[in-house]
Design a protein around this ligand. Structure first.
Ligand code: HEM
Length: 407
């Protein structure tokens, strides 16, 4: 079953703008009628039910990450990068993950809370003042998205004066990752080259004068008795920027959008901030920043009576799995900020489970605590919003805010 150029509503076609705007009817059709879907051009398979995706991502003996995470044949070659942690299988993956985990200890993550809160405060002061003066505020560009960029700069220990350089690099990397194959990749490649030059210098400096930051930790770390090379460390920086930035910003933006779609739920959350940590998982379940990533079969795999041969790309449709009624019940499409969610796939599962999930949740928790305390009627103007076009992630380019002028 192959999707065509004008496949129409409810048909799975990851390249189609209408599908990207509202993929959920197509996901439902896949789950119900075609749970082991075969796509012809480009050739790949897609799993859409929760249990199938859950089991597949937890089975590295059959599903490998080493051929990349998209259905593009050579995505990493396009960037001239060595494979990063997210594109490795055990045992090398296990050893690298152990190293990077040193930068994400609960203590280190928790210690960032006061700085993140101060940053969020400052952004809200500015947004509120602009809204009160009758100016437009872009919730995504001016609030949600700067938070993770600030956090990454903190994590890397960038000098304050250099942070202005960092923003455009992060945007370029994000553009490449989110379909940059057709989005000005050359400009983005220049920005990446510039960023790598800057980081190479930083790594040299941290080797000589290590501090407490993540780059210093990595310069001191050893793998199989050897220090990590500059190239290894650059790969880590790349994966953190590409994986930890827009994902987190979009979680915050989608959360505001979802709360604006059901004001009773927004009132519940504004009245009880203890609900916020659970609500974040609910936002991610309904509107996941990562909608799907691929694995490659290492052996023939049989699911629901259909055999996927060895060497095939298989999309793990996290965005569909997270709305599966078989897992979340008949109201799986509804927002319930108090929902119990024993397991979900917003951060994947298994060996590649998101290593930054605590940090992402910390940022989003602070964002919602502060936002709802100050602007309990915060919302978004979808009529003027612009969605990001991507076959793999779900997010925003622009998302105008409402309700910021009523403090
Ligand atoms: C809401 C925000 C986030 C979402 C939705 C998210 C989602 C994900 C997902 C789905 C994966 C698994 C990829 C796969 O299937 O192969 C992943 C892995 C990863 N994420 Fe996140 N992520 C978020 C935030 C972050 C942050 C803040 C960081 C770090 C600053 C981060 C760093 C990583 C890394 C390093 C991996 C690779 C782990 C490995 O391969 O072992 N992520 N993330």
């Amino acid at each position: 079953m192959t999707a065509t150029a004008d496949a129409g509503p409810g048909v799975y076609d990851p390249f189609d703008e209408a599908f990207q705007a509202d993929p959920y009817p197509a996901y439902r059709a896949l789950r119900d009628d075609d749970p082991v879907h075969r796509h012809d051009d480009p050739p790949f398979w897609a799993l859409s039910r929760f249990e199938d995706v859950w089991c597949a991502v937890r089975d590295n003996s059959a599903f490998s990450s080493e051929q990349g995470l998209t259905f593009h044949p050579d995505e990493i070659g396009t960037l001239d990068l060595a494979p990063t942690i997210v594109m490795l299988d055990p045992p090398r993956h296990t050893r690298l993950r152990g190293l990077i985990a040193k930068g994400f200890t609960p203590h280190r993550v928790k210690s960032m809370e006061p700085d993140i809160r101060a940053f969020v405060h400052a952004r809200l002061d500015e947004a509120g003042a602009r809204a009160a003066a009758g100016e437009d505020v872009d919730l995504h560009r001016e609030f949600s998205s700067p938070i993770p960029t600030f956090v990454l700069a903190e994590l890397f220990g960038l000098p304050d004066g250099d942070r202005g350089l960092f923003d455009p690099w992060v945007r370029a990397l994000t553009a490449i990752q989110d379909g940059g194959f057709d989005l000005g990749v050359l400009d983005a490649k220049d920005a990446v080259a510039e960023m790598f030059g800057y980081f190479s210098e930083l790594i040299r400096e941290r080797r000589a004068h290590p501090g407490e930051d993540m780059i210093s930790v990595l310069t001191q770390a050893e793998l199989d008795g050897e220090r990590l090379t500059d190239w290894d460390i650059l790969g880590f920086c790349f994966v953190l920027v590409a994986g930890g930035n827009d994902t987190t910003g979009n979680l915050i933006s989608h959360g505001v959008m979802l709360l604006d779609s059901d004001h009773r739920q927004r009132e519940l959350l504004a009245a009880d901030k203890d609900l916020i940590p659970g609500a974040l998982l609910e936002f991610l379940r309904l509107e996941g920043s990562v909608q799907g990533l691929a694995r490659t079969t290492l052996q023939p795999v049989r699911i629901h009576g259909i055999e996927i041969p060895e060497g095939q790309k298989v999309m793990m449709l996290y965005g569909s799995a997270n709305r599966d009624e078989r897992e979340f019940g008949p109201d799986a499409d509804a927002l319930d900020v108090a929902r119990r969610i024993p397991r979900h796939l917003g951060f994947s599962s298994g060996v590649h489970f998101c290593i930054g999930s605590h940090l992402a949740r910390l940022q989003a928790r602070i964002a919602f605590e502060e936002l709802l305390a100050r602007y309990p009627d915060v919302g978004v103007d979808l009529s003027r919003a612009e969605r990001l076009r991507s076959a793999f992630t779900r997010g925003w380019v622009h998302l105008p805010a409402t309700g910021l002028d009523a403090s």
